[in-house]
Each structure stands twice: as structure tokens, then as C-alpha cells.
Ligand binder design. Sequence first.
Ligand SMILES: [Zn+2]
Ligand SMILES: [Zn+2]
Length: 339
Amino acid sequence: MRRYLLPDGNFYKANLHCHTNLSDGKKTPEEVKEIYKSLGYSVVAYTDHDILIPHDDLNDEDFLALHGFEMEINAEGPWSSSRKCCHICLIGIDKDNITQPMWHRKYYLFGNAPNSRDKVKFDETLPDYVRKYSSEGITEIMKTAREKGFFVTYNHPTWSLEHYPDYMGYDGMNALEIFNGACNSSGFIEYNPRVYDDMLVGGKKIYCVGGDDNHNYNELGTRRCDSGWAFTVIKAEKLEYNTITKALVNGDFYASEGPEIHELWYEDGKVHIKCSDADTINCTSATRFVKLAMNEDYSPINEATFTVPEDAIYFRITVTDKNGKHACTNAYFLEDLRD
Ligand SMILES: [Zn+2]
Ligand SMILES: [Zn+2]
């Protein structure tokens, strides 16, 4: 039976990680909307540091604002450029879910966030939440966020200086940020395929997303502008809050730095992909049976079929274009694809 891994519907280009002048970004939420509309995006998740503020007023026929926020959990000790941290975005799954979980009345407001303190809704019956940088502390944050109805992404492990022993201890995320635009634009190599495979092999059934983490200190059109580097393409029936977030929860999306994936399906032990002009397409399955599709004459390739090894636990596909930009599908676990 043919199983479409990106279901019926429309493709919506999304930035799931964004900052405005409500925290430490430069542009207003409206200006960010205009930047992303001009780049062909339909969805922006506003994830300013530490403050959950809805932006429904920005919605129009072609644009949807999701509400969320980014939490930073810093290792103990004074700030230094080598101090580790963990950053997590929480995106509200229900459009009416605007109560900020894990609120602290005094701490953790970053950049301009203190100016918005009074706009934040939180459960006043709960004690102030103290963030702890440890496997247990971060797992508790991820799990609490999930219980409270948020889609949770684990962000930019390279920038955060986190390694295998750190991220393998974190449970409860929905997705890893496999691309992060702001980190890439400032010199980090924030393309994290190995981190993703480590987590998948280690038993974490998670998705991968791309986000800009834009702060817009450099103007659009300049080379160092951090808008437009990395995105997530969501497939959904319509551009409506809960429909889009349901597609996120279901994994109906792929992450990209540029290439587009048009079709993806699994049938009789084989996975098929159709995409925009690619230099190579490869299928990874955490076995030594990696498959690479390319044309011998270096002409663009637009589709490929891979036999998935029977002993694979999962597979995922990476499309690479001639500029070295990637698109990554989510990982698909064979146990979920059996008829
Ligand atoms: Zn961050
Ligand atoms: Zn950020």
C-alpha cells in the first residue's frame, strides 16, 4: 500500500523561531511579518525570549502568526563565552493556549522582555518556576511544556556548546532544530544531521525543523541578514492556527535551507522522493547501507527511489542542491509504516 509521508494539502513555508523587539530582536512584530511575507513565507512562530504573547492581530488571508516563546536554561556560574546553555522553543498548539507555563515573577526576562511582563498571562496559583541546567531539569521543562499543550523544539545545540552527553539526556522534545539561520549567518555550522541521528538511534522519536532565529540587526537584502536561511515547510489543508499546529504535531513537514521536496511516499519497502533541482539525494537509515542518488554527468536530479534495508529502524532523506544547501525529511520509523 502506498503511504504518503507528506499528506494531501498545501505547502506552507514557515519560520518556527523568531525574535522581535519585544525581546532582543530589532524589528517590530509587524515588520517581521512584512519581511517574511516578502520572502514567500505563510507562517511565522513568534518565539520571543521568555514572553508568550499572541499576535492574532497580524493574521490575514496569506499569513498566520503562531504564538510561542524561547526559554534559555544556563549552566551554573557566571556568564562566559564557553558557558553551556540549552534553548527551547515552545509553540502553543491550541490558538487559545496563551497561558505561559513555568513562569517566574522575577527572573529570566531577557532583552526588552521585562517591558511586556504585564501582558503575560500565567497561573497565579503556581509557585515561581526555577530553571535548572541538568538532564533532569531540562527534561522536566520539556515534559511540562508538552503537558501544557506546547510543541517543543530543542534549538541550536552547536551555538549552545552542547554535546552528546548533554542532549542525549533530554527527553520530551518534539523536534530538533537541524538548521538555525542566525547561528549559520554568524559563523556557526548549525547544520546538525549527526545530532539528529544520534538522538534517533538513541531512541528519541523526534522530528527535525529549520528556523531562522532571526533578530534582524542587518537589513533584508544584505548578506548577513539572518532572515531566510532556514525554514520548515508544513503541509496542511488550510492556513488556520489549529490546522497548522496539528500538522506540526503529526510531523507533516520537512526542514530546508533552500531545496524543496514535492512528494514523498513509501511503498513495498521503498521510499520515493520528488524534489526541486538537486545535486544529490541520499537516504540514511542508521545502517551501513546508505544510498546516494546523483547523475554521473552532474545534471540536476529531481527524484529518487531507495530500498529501505529490512534491518533499518528508520530512514530519512536529505536533498542537497548545487550550492550545498540541504532539505531534510523527518525520520520515518518502519514500525509505524507497516500495513
Ligand atoms: Zn536560542
Ligand atoms: Zn532564538
